[in-house]
Design a protein around this ligand. Sequence first.
Ligand code: SF4
Length: 328
Amino acid sequence: MTKKGRVFSGARPTGRQHLGNYLGAIKNYVALQDNYDCVYCIVDLHALTTVETTADLKQNTYEMALDWLAAGIRPEETTLFVQSHVPQVTELHTILSMVTPLGKLTDLPTFKEKVRQNEGNINYGLVGYPVLMTADIVLYRSDVVPVGIDQAPHIEFAREIVRSFNYRFQTKALLEPQMKNTEIPKVLGIDGKEKMGKSLNNHIELAATPDETRLRVMQMVTDPQRMKRTDPGNPDICNVFSMHKIFTPAEDVEMINRECRVAGIGCVDCKKRFAENLNKSLDPFRTRRAEIGKNPEDVWDILHEGAKRARVIAEKTMQDVRAAVQLP
Ligand code: SF4
């Protein structure tokens, strides 16, 4: 089948993935493969800007790649690799940094936010983060980048850098990336308040065992106004119900919606049902993960093979860039 173009996306190596990662990104990555030539990158260099220790970097990269593969990334057609395995990205980053005004970088709300979060380590890498991100996108000649509405300014900024470069060197060597607006659902953690994430320990890992998953589900906060079993509940403000809508068959969702409002079903039973459905949905993933994970070297081979393919595209771009800049 003819594909519509090339998609690029990158994510920091955060180790074992959770439901929030799956619903917010991985599920979409898998679907995009049907229509696009996909380039997916585990951005370990980006991670260096904020990590306290690099001791887990390799293991986190491996676990993340394993989860992506088990979830349905097809390495025979998709280029899956690690950012630092393609050194051209750092070369392009350096060159693009020469056409990026410092004031613009330090004015970005994302930079200010990072400064707030990393008070003790405001490093040069943090300032250049959007330039490295731009280098990632344009190095692989991506046509589109799937982003949620809140990430749109990053892509707009990348487009500005590309325009500056092409204008400064009177070239068309770099393509302006286009945004593919993607609805990225905000998945709440088991606390029912904050976005699901490891740092808040409110997550449910995809690779957790069925028992571990059940335990996490039973800790989920429900309708905060429902105090006792006999109180009617409100599914519209209940995070368990939002998850049911994704993992539970439609007729059961309807029943829960109806029965919850008249106290016909209790939260304990409701969560047990959700745990059962979630485990059923995750079973094929777990089986594939166990199968692929039998030989970790296979995962590294896939990443190295992906990097080899990525380097070919990257080198072609860099030849055009070096020629445009007239590097001797
Ligand atoms: Fe939420 Fe289910 Fe409890 Fe209703 S019965 S409040 S949907 S957990």
